[in-house]
Design a protein around this ligand. Sequence first.
Ligand SMILES: [Ca+2]
Ligand SMILES: [Ca+2]
Length: 259
Amino acid sequence: MGDRPKTVTAAIALFMTAGALAADAGPIPGNPLIEIPAGPFVFGRDDGPENERPRRVVEGQSFQINRTEITNRQYARFVEATGHRPAFYAGHPVLGLDDRPVVGVSWADADAFCRHHRLTLPSERQYERAARGAAALAFPWGAAPPDDMRVNAGAEDCCAADARDGYPMTAPADSFESGASAEGVLHLVGNVWEWTSDVYAPYEGNRGGTQPGAGTFRVLRGGSWNSDPSHLATTYRLAYDPDFRFSANGGFRCVRSEP
Ligand SMILES: [Ca+2]
Ligand SMILES: [Ca+2]
């Protein structure tokens, strides 16, 4: 028992060192890029909605992903530097706060932001690797179902806001540390849906037939502040009109991929 505190201290110090080594300040001030190592991971699943099938193991390349969703402060700097149109909710008393994830952006707005920083939107595969880890976790933090400490979510029934987690709408992008992924990425589930680079289509090997929106819509991932538990999943695919920029619950983050 006598040396137990020492062991605990050593374990915490090691974890912090590993975290520091894996982060790169990146091109967006205040939003470091977190290294996601190469290796096999599970993509898709067979026990959920038809469009998430089939489950298969794929070989992942290493990449880096923003630690947090892009914030209003970060998006405003991009608007100022480029003259790009502001986010639709930039002036909203809650949704427009500096530290909250930017919402009210089309797919092209999000893509332009990432490209301005010589980054791209994550592919569905990159999102899923970052969110599920190498061990096909059900959630970024593990197997336990979402709770008020880990996720900024909505009500149990579909599509209503809920403040039991402390936030009726968006929460600061840098919050809910206990919901972080193994690599330390925040809000991969909940807070705001996140645009991916992928055009919506059935997965390779899917036998479900035609899916509405395939070939034209883009995919959002992760659920948001007004999502119920069925949408707060690392595999759920939301196909959406890429030109729609009026969603108060949709944002994004960026990645840097290997050349
Ligand atoms: Ca909430
Ligand atoms: Ca999110």
